[in-house]
Write a protein that binds this ligand. Structure first.
Ligand SMILES: C[S@@+](CC[C@H](N)C(=O)[O-])C[C@H]1O[C@@H](n2cnc3c(N)ncnc32)[C@H](O)[C@@H]1O
Length: 466
């Protein structure tokens, strides 16, 4: 916030002593400052101010050239909580160009907590900067229950800014989704637990109740890049994924997570006379996910060693001709989304007992960055399986012991086996009978150890519910 303090000749103690001696002494100290750095240092270190102090030692600074000086002058004026300063703050709001300074003036009006300030705060709701509007909302929410304030604030539910809308929805329109929450948040339906269903996931999800899944981690079939993923067009492929993920949204519990592993894919050229085509899957499905209500949380990069990926750079290496550069792709995305809610993460956490929270504590040596360096895993039956370490991290970081973890594209069942190992429960769908049988073979080898896993056809699954 401040310039640098290297050459300061003033100490914090001197500022506090001057304040203790009274406003004249403080004013003298402020006037003795040699530059804006010293001025900011003094203003920043004043701390609380007796309400009996006058405003004049700060008033002279509100037009100061340096924005940090203006900011701190206004912050100190705000501490006086004087309604007489309302016109001053309004003048700043109408003339100031710096957002932080302007916001501090709005905050100062809010701090007064005076009904006389309500019309001014209401007038600020028309500001073009959403941060300023949010600050005014904050000041007005002190008067929640007052008819005039409630009417003005409720009208903002149609505001063009999403942040403003989400604050108003939380304050005035409750949480629609919780009304449908039949089970306690930590619970799920027994017929889903440790179950693998053979069939198209779109048919399977049809029988899954609203809000029954705690976490979905999946890697969808890649567009026409492998045998199991043939779609008539890229558009049809994106539509298929949108259908799946909007159903995942419905069956996900309030405020819980979806993590989608994808990367751009390349569909090979048909002959040397044509070029191959690259499809940016993570970027294209992102828009659909946001539209259906998923809130974007994070992008995690899964980074693989170069030796483990296909060599694309070979051709370029020889001739080094610009435009022909094709780097080896060592990354995939783990896009992290949360089901929309007005509740904070703390609410989700506190749906669990202290014992479960303790048991679910993420062990030491967790990853601190969004780049996860993990070797890919090859498999004799399935060509695109998750490495165990990738699943382990996702499940440990985004679920609690006992949670139900869903993978709509189960494949070889890595998500299920890892979930079980980490004392979670799982629900998987897989269309291909070969992979379904492959998962069963893990059962025979007792890899899905512990409580039994149910391998069901779609009809058998239906009959467990009806
Ligand atoms: C990328 S693989 C997932 C591999 C898995 N993550 C693992 O660790 O083994 C995608 C899987 O989705 C399956 N699949 C494709 N379309 C499906 C659909 N409509 N319903 C269910 N499964 C489908 C494919 O057969 C394939 O096994």
């Amino acid at each position: 916030m401040t310039d640098n303090y290297k050459d300061l000749s003033i100490t914090r103690e001197e500022v506090l002593t001057a304040k203790t001696k009274g406003q004249d002494e403080l004013k003298r100290l402020i006037q003795s400052a040699r530059n804006s750095g010293e001025l900011v240092f003094i203003l920043e270190n004043i701390g609380s101010i007796p309400l009996s102090f006058g405003a004049d030692c700060f008033l002279s600074l509100i037009e100061y050239e340096n924005k940090d000086v203006r900011f701190w002058a206004i912050k100190n004026l705000g501490k006086l909580k004087s309604i007489e300063l309302l016109p001053v703050f309004m003048h700043i709001i109408n003339t100031e160009s710096n957002t932080s300074v302007k916001r501090e003036a709005v905050s100062s009006i809010g701090r007064m907590r005076r009904t006389e300030a309500i019309p001014s705060l209401i007038s600020i709701l028309k500001d073009s900067d959403p941060k300023i509007v949010c600050q005014a909302i904050r000041g007005l929410l002190v008067f929640k229950g007052c008819k005039e304030v409630d009417t003005k604030l409720k009208a903002l539910k149609d505001h063009e800014n999403e942040m403003v809308v989400s604050v108003i929805k939380k304050e005035y329109f409750g949480n629609e989704s919780t009304k449908k929450d039949i089970l306690p948040h930590y619970e799920t339906y027994p017929f889903l637990v440790n179950t693998v269903v053979k069939g198209d996931v779109r048919d399977i999800m049809h029988y899954v109740p609203d809000q029954s899944v705690h976490l979905t981690f999946t890697s969808p079939p890649y567009y026409n890049a492998r045998d199991y993923s043939i779609y008539p067009s890229y558009e049809a492929y994106l539509k298929f994924l949108a259908d799946v993920f909007s159903e995942v949204y419905r069956i996900t519990k309030e405020g819980r997570f979806l993590i989608v592993n994808t990367s751009p894919v390349i569909v090979p050229r048909i002959s040397r006379a044509h070029s191959s085509k690259r499809y940016p899957i993570p970027f294209d499905i992102h828009h659909d996910l946001i539209k259906m209500g998923w809130e974007f949380i994070d992008d995690i990069i899964w980074m693989k060693p170069e030796y483990s990926v296909k060599n694309r750079i070979g051709g370029f290496q020889q001739h080094r001709r610009p435009l022909a550069y094709k780097p080896n792709t060592v990354t995939e995305y783990l896009m992290v989304y949360r089901k929309q809610t007005t509740r904070l993460i703390d609410w989700n956490i506190h749906q669990y007992s202290d014992k479960i929270i303790e048991e679910s504590k993420v062990p030491d040596n967790f990853e601190t960055t969004n780049v996860w360096q993990i070797c890919p895993k090859s498999d004799k039956v399935h060509s695109a399986i998750f490495p165990y370490d990738l699943c382990k991290r996702v499940i440990e970081y985004y679920s609690f012991v006992g949670d139900l973890i869903f993978d709509p594209f189960g494949g070889s069942g890595t998500v299920g086996r890892t979930a079980k190992k980490l004392n979670r429960r799982f629900f998987l769908a897989e269309k291909d009978p070969v992979y379904f049988e492959y998962m069963k073979s893990f059962q025979r080898e007792n890899i899905f150890e512990g409580t039994p896993t149910h391998f069901l056809t779609l009809n058998q699954f239906k009959s467990t519910i009806l």
